[in-house]
Design a protein. Structure first.
Length: 201
């Protein structure tokens, strides 16, 4: 091999290593940029929060106060949350946040899927978020009632006769109510649905 060919081989080898090095740097820079973007590093630090978005309510060390004599008829003030969240699908630590139960006033009655009976339930909704979720529930009463009735009308009485069937109904109702709230208000926030009464005939 002549000296010129050796020089050409060395130059080609240097270019190859240079390209590999530059490619590696670009890959590392791209990965770092993606990580910063994913964690919100490029977002403005003083971005305005939506004041209408529900917030989590931190658990208080003090027990809830009972209304004084003569105040039992007054509605309790809606709780104010202090902990912002990116969305309502995050896992909430029940030991850290306060839960609120909202009883839905009117019971629900629907024919069951096979047409041989009916179901009547009274429910309460549980949320770890502040009073904005309760306000959203009240504002969207009609579509929430419709969604609950549609879920009830699809139930099989044989499945509902078991504890697992009732738990599955709780999950379905929670999902249906959250779907309505997300569609109409942009935020769900219902953790669970509890039965106040349950009659299947």
């Amino acid at each position: 091999m002549s000296k010129g060919e050796k020089d050409q081989t060395k130059k080609g080898s240097k270019k190859k290593w240079l390209l590999i090095g530059v490619g590696g740097l670009l890959l590392a820079a791209g990965s770092a940029g993606a990580a910063i973007y994913a964690t919100g590093g490029f977002a403005p630090k003083h971005a305005a929060e939506d004041p209408n978005r529900p917030k989590l309510v931190l658990r208080s060390e003090e027990p809830a106060e009972a209304p004084a004599d003569g105040e039992g008829d007054k509605a309790a003030p809606l709780k104010e949350g202090t902990v912002s969240v990116p969305n309502d699908r995050i896992k909430v630590d029940p030991g850290k946040y306060e839960i609120t139960y909202f009883p839905v006033e009117q019971p629900f009655t629907a024919n069951l899927a096979d047409g041989s009976g009916f179901i009547q339930i009274g429910i309460s909704l549980a949320t770890y978020y502040d009073g904005k979720v309760i306000s959203n529930i009240k504002r969207q009463d009609v579509p929430i009632r419709s969604a609950v009735l549609m879920v009830l009308s699809e139930q099989d009485p044989a499945v509902l006769s078991t504890a697992q069937g009732k738990q599955m109904l709780q999950r379905e109702l929670t999902q249906a109510i959250n779907a309505v709230l997300r569609q109409k208000e942009g935020f769900g926030g219902i953790d669970n649905v509890y039965f106040n009464s349950l009659v299947i005939q």
